[in-house]
Design a protein around this ligand. Structure first.
Ligand SMILES: NC(=O)c1ccc[n+]([C@@H]2O[C@H](COP(=O)([O-])OP(=O)(O)OC[C@H]3O[C@@H](n4cnc5c(N)ncnc54)[C@H](O)[C@@H]3O)[C@@H](O)[C@H]2O)c1
Length: 463
């Protein structure tokens, strides 16, 4: 059956996102600016008084960003590792009280909110105790480690609706991801049917001296870690949940512990296919033997996602302190015009017909600040035209401006003060953890796992 021609409305939808850039333009983007180093002076009563539990690698990174956010003030830190604790206190610079036992931190009445960045197997006990101590709670992804923890945390958090529960899935706070979600909702990608995600590294995690006795190696052991699915796939499954607007129905996995033998027991390569309602799929790959990422013209080599619809695809990845965020839109090429074999009539044709429509050009996704508006002042309009011209020449690319980590942390304090539901809330976190846990079961048991299986898993076990 020949396909319909692209309608004028479809064409205008495409043009709405059209700036004549190339994927190469994106390479010119600057990394995101870190949060300003000095807090503005704000009345202490306005600031959310918070403590952090787990001041290792992620905790310190968050503290670096928290230093520049004046709606919260760090008054307490906890870690079982003295060096990490001292480094955390030095990073935040607010002279927080230091604790080795997190229950002492939770016992402080003046701590309103708690940020948790412990290893995955220590998420649930600390999050549970934090909620039970009456604290607003932010816990890093992946939220829970075991099915019984999922059910218990849902019940506990639902009993305490006034306490904020947020999860560290920072892509939910990225303006680029939000812009792409808007594009999808407006139909610019047509029907979104597939997503491809990649986070390949070489070699990825390495074993530090001390093997499993060294807590810094927790990621490499199954009794403490969900491996690549928990640490990497969790971010990208969450993107798929958000962009597809639904949650997976099933997952299959291929991979294993096959290439790196340094004492670890987790898989060193994992390939996952998630099936979503209406036949949508997320295909995701996490290998530790090659780092090539065929996205963004090869300019961003770490990780990214491609969201694919009948009218176009978007390549996207998140920014951090050293890398720019990127989002590039590739409209589908025009349907090929071919001469119908039976006559001279021109038809639109699908399939592998050869056409000379030229290479598919990528266009930077524009953020609201670059959209032209009739209300723009002369100066605003000139600036926007200038920026768009530079994007089109590949000299500059749209910038996110703020690291989504700053936005998620500001969002947490705002939710604490206003009661607003976080974008990455309990159910977003639990859905994400479900995908992680079931991916690992699919891998271990070499079978297709249905998401409905989680409803019954872990119910007999006490937490
Ligand atoms: N959102 C993101 O992009 C992102 C990035 C990196 C890590 N993370 C998450 O952050 C969490 C921590 O990862 P990391 O890389 O910082 O690990 P890490 O090992 O560097 O830090 C974990 C810290 O927790 C401490 N700890 C362990 N048990 C504790 C306890 N009972 N009480 C107090 N402290 C305890 C450890 O001593 C260590 O300092 C993980 O869940 C990880 O998935 C999220």
């Amino acid at each position: 059956m020949p396909e319909k021609p692209v309608s004028s409305t479809e064409i205008s939808r495409r043009d709405a996102f059209k700036v004549a850039g190339t994927a190469g333009a994106i390479a010119a983007a600057r990394p995101l600016q870190g949060a300003p180093a000095i807090q503005k002076v704000r009345a202490a009563s306005d600031q959310v008084q918070f403590g952090m539990i787990g001041t290792g690698s992620r905790g310190s990174y968050l503290l670096k960003h928290l230093k520049g956010i004046d709606t919260g003030r760090c008054i307490a830190l906890c870690d079982i590792n003295q060096d990490h604790l001292d480094k955390g206190a030095e990073t935040i610079g607010t002279n927080p009280t230091k604790y080795k036992d997190y229950r002492e931190l939770l016992g402080r009445k003046d701590v309103e909110a708690v940020i948790i960045a412990t290893p995955l197997f220590v998420h649930f006990p600390v999050t549970r105790d934090s909620l039970q101590a009456g604290k607003h709670t932010f816990c890093e992804k992946s939220l829970v480690f075991k099915p019984e923890e999922l059910h218990a945390l849902r019940a506990l958090s639902n009993e305490r609706p006034k306490q904020i529960m947020q999860v560290g899935l920072q892509r939910r706070y990225s303006r680029f991801y939000q812009a792409v979600k808007d594009m999808i909702d407006k139909g610019a990608l047509g029907e979104v049917t597939n997503m491809y995600a990649q986070w390949n590294r070489n070699p990825g995690w390495t074993m530090k001296p001390g093997g499993r006795d060294n807590m810094n190696n927790w990621r490499l052991f199954k009794d403490m870690s969900g491996g690549l699915a928990a640490e990497l796939a969790s971010h990208q499954v969450d993107v798929a949940d958000w962009m597809f607007g639904s949650r997976p129905e099933s997952v299959v996995a291929v991979g294993g512990h096959e290439f790196i033998f340094d004492g670890r027991d987790i898989a060193d390569n994992v390939q996952l296919i998630f099936r979503y309602p209406k036949g949508k799929k997320l295909v995701a790959t996490y290998i530790s033997t090659n780092s090539h990422v065929p996205m963004f013209g090869g300019t961003r080599t770490e990780f990214g996602e491609i969201i694919m619809g009948t009218e176009g695809a978007v390549e996207i990845t998140v920014g951090d302190d050293t890398h720019p965020a990127m989002a590039v839109f590739y409209p589908e090429p025009p349907r090929p015009e071919v001469t119908h074999a039976a006559g001279k009539e021109k038809k639109w044709s699908a399939g592998a017909t050869m056409v000379s429509v030229g290479a598919q050009k990528g266009m930077p996704v524009l953020l609201a600040k670059d959209e032209l508006s009739p209300n723009d002042s002369f100066l605003e309009s000139e600036l926007k035209h200038g920026r768009r011209l530079l994007y089109s020449k590949g000299i500059m690319a749209p910038e996110e401006g703020r690291n989504p980590v700053d936005l998620e942390l500001e969002g947490f304090f705002n939710s604490v003060r206003t009661g607003t539901r976080p974008k990455a809330d309990l159910e977003v976190g639990l859905s994400d953890s479900t995908a992680v846990m079931l991916s690992n079961i699919a891998l271990e048991e070499d079978r297709k796992v249905l998401f409905t299986e989680m409803d019954k898993m872990g119910l007999g076990n006490k937490t």
